[in-house]
Write a protein that binds this ligand. Structure first.
Ligand code: G3H
Ligand code: 13P
Ligand code: ZN
Length: 336
């Protein structure tokens, strides 16, 4: 049952030249596509659930779907992660629901309040064997339940929002977090840059020096491939000026720096939407959901496979399982 925390994954990823893809799950098709891609590529993965996903799908359904995926594919190391948990209460609920990893996102608070809610989350989660990611700095982009800001404003004032390396060291020491989500120029959604798409790798290097060995996390890491934007627009969509992080920069972050987890949601949404639009436009008489959700599922699988190669996590399942066993096959209390 290689459901696990992210620890065995990050132990290997930190200096191993790869990162784990964290993909957002909102329904059965997304979960199946991600797992199918990981099975094909022999890649570990993180299935993450946002507050919006909990609201949309009902966590009992989502958890049951993920449990089914784990049972179907015991050969894949899988972590269930809470994406952007914004309160300590939500973190506690996720730990009690059987998540193996949680993110407390206190980045919208003043620093001392962020430290406080993060520490409270860590105390609760660690006591039940769950690992904690937390965020320092500010990301741009606005999602349903995630705080952010307009891409133009963000780019204009970028220096002010990037993670401060000295503060990161203080934060990690005072909270005991297991991984740190850093603001280095990425943002959520499909409109990440008005100008040049560029990440602050010098900032990552500085953070790696002030926080040696701390696994780093990149949010907002979709690439918004132009061919998918073109398909969406060709079949009746309207997404002008969409722009993501170039895949070569994601590859660099995953392979040459201490980035262990890379969050991708928008690219999966794009693959799904482009395919559904194509079916509707080319087969206007179609009304069986299986005949548009099925092709959409295949398109998401192909997108995830592509990402697993960008992150260089393909072929890493056995090594991660070996590391998990070496650590004594740790599991959160929920599963004991
Ligand atoms: O970081 C945000 C993720 O893309 C989740 O978005 O809050 O709309 O589910 P959501
Ligand atoms: P994207 O919007 O770039 O896919 O980022 C997703 C994310 O960071 C989820 O936490
Ligand atoms: Zn995010």
């Amino acid at each position: 049952m290689p459901l696990m925390t992210t620890k065995p994954m990050f132990d290997l990823a930190y200096a191993g030249g790869f990162a784990i893809g964290a993909f957002n799950v909102n329904n059965m098709e997304l979960a199946q596509s991600i797992i199918d891609a990981c099975a094909k590529e022999k890649s570990p993965c993180i299935l993450q659930i946002s507050k919006g996903a909990r609201k949309y799908a009902n966590i009992r359904y989502l958890k049951a779907i993920i449990d089914a995926a784990v049972a179907e594919h015991p050969e894949i190391p899988i972590a269930i992660h809470c994406d952007h948990g914004d309160t300590v209460e939500l973190i506690k609920t996720c730990c009690d629901d059987g998540y193996t990893s949680v993110m407390i996102d206190g980045s919208h608070h003043e620093y001392e309040e962020n430290v406080k809610v993060t520490k409270q989350s860590v105390d609760y989660a660690h006591a039940v064997g769950v690992v904690v990611e937390a965020e320092l700095g500010m990301l741009g982009g606005i999602e349903e339940d995630v705080v952010g800001m307009d891409a133009h404003e963000y780019e204009k004032n970028i220096e002010k929002f990037l993670t401060d390396p000295q503060q990161a060291a203080d934060y990690a020491k005072r909270t005991g977090i297991d991984s740190l989500a850093v603001a280095i120029g990425t943002s959520h959604g499909a409109y990440k840059f008005k100008h040049d798409a560029k990440l602050a790798f010098n900032r990552v290097e500085e953070i790696m020096k002030t926080c040696p060995g701390l696994p780093l996390v990149m949010h907002g890491s979709s690439s918004v491939p132009q061919e998918f934007i073109d398909l969406v627009n060709k079949y009746g969509g309207k997404m002008p000026n969409a722009k993501g992080v170039p895949e070569d920069q994601i590859h660099l972050a995953a392979t040459k720096y201490g980035v262990c987890k890379v969050n991708i949601d928008t690219d999966l949404r794009l693959a799904m939407t482009a395919k559904i639009r194509e079916v509707f436009a080319t087969k206007p008489a179609e009304f069986d959901p299986r005949n548009y959700l099925g092709p959409a599922r295949e398109a998401i699988t192909a997108m995830v496979q592509r990402k697993l190669h960008v992150l260089n996590s393909a072929g890493k399942t056995d090594a991660v399982i070996a590391q998990w066993k070496k650590l004594g096959s740790p599991m959160p209390k929920f599963y004991k």
